[in-house]
Design a protein around this ligand. Structure first.
Ligand SMILES: CCCCCC/C=C\CC(=O)SCCNC(=O)CCNC(=O)[C@H](O)C(C)(C)COP(=O)(O)OP(=O)(O)OC[C@H]1O[C@@H](n2cnc3c(N)ncnc32)[C@H](O)[C@@H]1OP(=O)(O)O
Length: 260
């Protein structure tokens, strides 16, 4: 497996850098999600690690979101395993005790945006060609309640409602204006800035910061934990509909046509 890779070992600073490297576009396949969750779990259990910076090793793309091929023409068992892996990844990342900083160095639609939103702080390269957002509605699908909750917790209800209904992908400057990302910096300064932000957050005592983070996020995390099986059933029932399968196939065809 070579999907989510821990590119740099944890130094004396206690900070790990995780670089997504699953060409061509870091789509979140079952394999990718599983590896990402395992990497997070290992870091979480490593007392030497207090923070993680998440970025991409690929040019122009942070993550293209859930791997659409995992949701097309597969068995119920596969959909169950896939959706559980999506949930697991989010529960680990959003519920992490570590300081998590997303260094968004490329476009980040849908599931890719969820990863960034689940971090404590988002810094994006100031390239207007890079966009970020929960664009599910554009694919004819609906972001689950916990994607929505995560989004609302970052940008507030009104901005989230409009952006979700329209399935908007916001160019970096607009994403910054909306509060979807916290800062824009020139791409070559991204990692330097992420390290500086990390140092600022790590200057606080871990226990106070962690308890505060838990206080802010617990209700949203508990909601998925309490409804996890129901959420899987909803996903299966939704993704199994012929109309949804048709929408996903058409979207994949559109992506391929765009190239030619
Ligand atoms: C059904 C119930 C729903 C439950 C809720 C689901 C919640 C979240 C859903 C998602 O996350 S769905 C994924 C949404 N993602 C997108 O809409 C992004 C789609 N991709 C793009 O816009 C572009 O690919 C890009 C990321 C901007 C990159 O553009 P670029 O021009 O650099 O590359 P492409 O030529 O478009 O793509 C290369 C290659 O990758 C394939 N691909 C792209 N994205 C995905 C993906 N998300 N899943 C699977 N495959 C993807 C694309 O088709 C190309 O394939 P080939 O033509 O080379 O075979």
């Amino acid at each position: 497996m070579a999907a989510a890779t821990l590119a740099r070992r944890i130094g004396r600073s206690g900070v790990a850098v995780m670089k997504f490297k699953s060409p061509p576009v870091n789509s979140l396949s079952l394999e990718f999600l599983t590896e990402f969750s395992i990497s997070l779990e290992k870091l979480e259990n490593n007392r030497a690690c207090r923070g993680v910076i998440i970025t991409s090793a690929l040019p122009k793309i942070f993550s293209s979101g859930l791997d659409i091929t995992e949701m097309c023409g597969k068995s119920i068992e596969h959909y169950t395993e896939f959706w559980r892996a999506v949930q697991e990844m989010w529960l680990r990342l959003y519920g992490s005790n570590m300081v998590t900083v997303a260094a968004v160095n490329g476009s980040s639609p849908a599931g890719g945006c969820l990863i960034a939103l689940s971090c404590d702080y988002r810094i994006m390269a100031e390239n207007p060609k890079f966009s970020i957002g929960l664009n599910e509605a554009q694919l004819g699908i609906v972001a689950p309640f916990w994607f929505k909750d995560t989004f609302v917790n970052v940008v507030g209800h009104r901005i989230a409602e409009r952006s979700l209904q329209l399935g908007s992908l916001h160019p970096a400057p607009e994403a910054h204006k909306l509060g979807l990302v916290d800062e824009l910096v020139p791409e070559e300064k991204l990692m330097e800035k992420a390290a500086a932000v990390m140092a600022q957050w790590l200057a606080l005592p871990d226990h106070a910061r962690q308890l505060t983070k838990t206080m802010m996020r617990k209700a949203v995390l508990d909601r998925l934990v309490a409804h996890r099986e129901e959420d899987i059933k909803n996903f299966i029932s939704f993704v199994s509909k012929e109309s949804i399968q048709k929408s996903l196939r058409m979207y994949m065809e559109m992506l391929k046509k765009k190239k030619s």
